[in-house]
Design a protein around this ligand. Sequence first.
Ligand SMILES: CC(C)(COP(=O)(O)OP(=O)(O)OC[C@H]1O[C@@H](n2cnc3c(N)ncnc32)[C@H](O)[C@@H]1OP(=O)(O)O)[C@@H](O)C(=O)NCCC(=O)NCCS
Length: 326
Amino acid sequence: MSQLNTREGKKSDCSSLYELVKEAAQTNKIPVDPNLTPEGLEEIGFGPSPGFYSIVAEKDHSLVGYALYYYTYSTWEGRSVCMEDLFVTGTENHNDVATAMWKKLVEVALAADCGRCNITALQDKKEMLNFYECHKAINLTKSEAWHFFRMNQDSMAEFVKGSKVPEGITIREATPSDCIGIRKQIQDLADYEKMPEGPQIDAEVLKTDGFGKQVFYKACVAEEEGEMVGYTLYFFTFNWEGRGVYMEDLYVSPSHRSRGIGMALWRKVIRDGMALQGIRCDFAVLDWNLPSIEFYKSKGAADMTELRGFLFYRMRKEEMEEFVKK
Ligand SMILES: CC(C)(COP(=O)(O)OP(=O)(O)OC[C@H]1O[C@@H](n2cnc3c(N)ncnc32)[C@H](O)[C@@H]1OP(=O)(O)O)[C@@H](O)C(=O)NCCC(=O)NCCS
């Protein structure tokens, strides 16, 4: 019987990967970005700051499946990974091949010091949900009430037409010396979200991960007279529909709200996403956080959990470590 081999994807895999991506898109009835080509995959995935990484499953020198992932960042637990896609071609034993690829991905993620493996799942894909759950991934939409929000390309274009930054406020990219202030605001946001024990990382970790050899996130701060009054932290995403930006945190100090600072920070995130040809801006909101939900909806973002059944799944570090041992 031929042997199944899983390994990290290489630039020379891009033609075969592209064929699998097209098959996955057809199976899931989701259109592939018409501008995406094998060469495009090479450029995005194997350039100086890769937009995605892959794990491939190989049998008889042919690719029979792939997992697509990218690094993300949690302001609570630091480096994380998002498994965007897990696909096995028609003729294979799906669960075995998918498990082998996921396991390889988790091995790579643990070696990069990631403490979470995130997955976005669809409510009506019951088989996939069972598969994730049987490997101990948790449905966070169910357990913590996180909803998936998305601003699409048209709303992004409309939103960035505005350019107003409130008087006296400076919006600028964060520098390493902002990490202490950002860490404090991360705590303020966690307190607001009623999860004060959430943030585990310190300012030093933020410094290494945002400004070290490999950059895991971008951050911007809002300042008034030298005082930090808000921040946003974000990173870039990729799937076969196109590139995107994920806003992990957006926070404005209570005494500075309703002046347009939140919008100015969010606009900066979207502009950075659009500069990379991003076509969506995603983020998570707790279902009870109605003022923020109203704020996001009023600017054209949609609750994809409500509309399309998007769910957040997560394998935590403990389960990741158990998974690779099996
Ligand atoms: C959400 C948050 C970042 C918004 O920041 P902000 O600086 O207060 O918001 P802005 O002043 O930029 O918002 C201004 C715009 O949003 C609208 N808006 C703000 N709050 C709103 C609400 N509750 N309902 C409807 N619209 C709202 C305003 O009407 C205004 O629009 P306009 O200029 O067209 O009139 C801020 O309230 C916050 O930090 N909240 C707590 C933390 C949080 O929930 N963060 C998001 C986690 S997912």
